[in-house]
Design a protein around this ligand. Sequence first.
Ligand code: S3P
Length: 441
Amino acid sequence: MARRLEPARRLRGRVRAPGDKSISHRMAMLAAIADGETLIESYSASADCLATLECLRRLGVAAQATAEGLLIQGVGRSGLRPSSGALDAANSGTTIRLLAGILAGQPFETVITGDASLRRRPMRRVIEPLRRMGATISAAEDDLAPLVIRGGRLRGITHESALASAQVKSCLLLAGLFAAGETVVIEPIPTRDHTERLLSAFGVPVVVSGATRRVSGDYRLQSPGRLRAPGDFSAAAFLLAAGLMVEDAAVCLEGVGLNPTRAGLLTALRDAGASLDIRNERLEGGEPIGDLFVSSTTARPQRQIRLEGPLTANAIDEIPVLSVLGAYFGGLHVTDASELRVKESDRLALIARNLRAMGVELEARADGLTIPGRQRFRGATIETAGDHRIAMAFAIGALVAEGPTFIDDPACVGVSFPGFFTVLEQLQRSGSAEEKLLAQS
Ligand code: S3P
């Protein structure tokens, strides 16, 4: 059933962002193939990360929720067992592409598939290099899930990727753990480096120089014992945008991951004139984190938000919400974003369609968007096509629209941020106690 959202006048409170989805996937996968047990605190409760866990369980890995976090019993590098049925990655590109790397190194056959959206997304980007490493893989139309992967002892390759994709890079680094010799991945632009950071936490050195990554297959992963997923920057980005758009705001987002390969949105907003207040910057488990504050006195991004090249890659998941923000403030110009056409939906098409439905003018191109600034929004029915980031981006737009907005499939936010609507409502209801807390911080 559609969810009705009304415009908001105030937004106040503190929020601990949910555990990072991108990092949680990697923590679970590495913990599974490591020696020893790993306790993961703040493991993401997103449907995507639950899909990863379910796939690992089917491969013989015990994973159990405890009061302190998720406890994974590592089976070691040769301990995975054949699954009795197909693995289901559900809506999650990270699950299928990263697991494909691990499955390519297993001496048995696995079928891995996903929901209708995932079965439309391109897989040749991982199939082709994994075949070169020695895996036997078949796929629908040679590009689409279900993938049938028969792996074994692989050989290291050098893969020079035309795509800036952390999923492709991570897939190959994981396959490289099961390969003879060295596996080298060269990206056009360095993408999010969570896999590299985590591999070193598990005792596997990754040699980094510029956009080149090298890993050798000689290592056994050793569990670091305990890990904690930082707050998800991509989830926090929606609330940050809400804090900027609703005039009477005082919002603190605590413990948010600020990895520079992921936080392009902050650079883009600052370049457009926003003054962002980040406090308590610290390192947690090899990842930088901090608290983000936004209030009525925060300078808004009054100039055009511009994304191209590396900045587009480092803000790729935030482009839906930046489009909404840009249309409301100083405008937005994005290029080099053709990858958005093959995400959970064709995001460029859905951003354009839904902004237009809200009365916003824009120009859409094959690889980007140009949206004039200072436009007013009117409430509309938002077509999400089941895409969580489209649903959340337009839920933020709804806060400044004239009249109610209806999100056609609100449940899809559970793919990355199950409590999203509850948090948004709490921020609108929070009273003076919250204001005092924020004043003291
Ligand atoms: C992700 C990488 C990005 C991103 C996705 C998560 C990851 O995808 O859009 O949401 O966890 O590695 P690509 O690698 O396809 O760019």
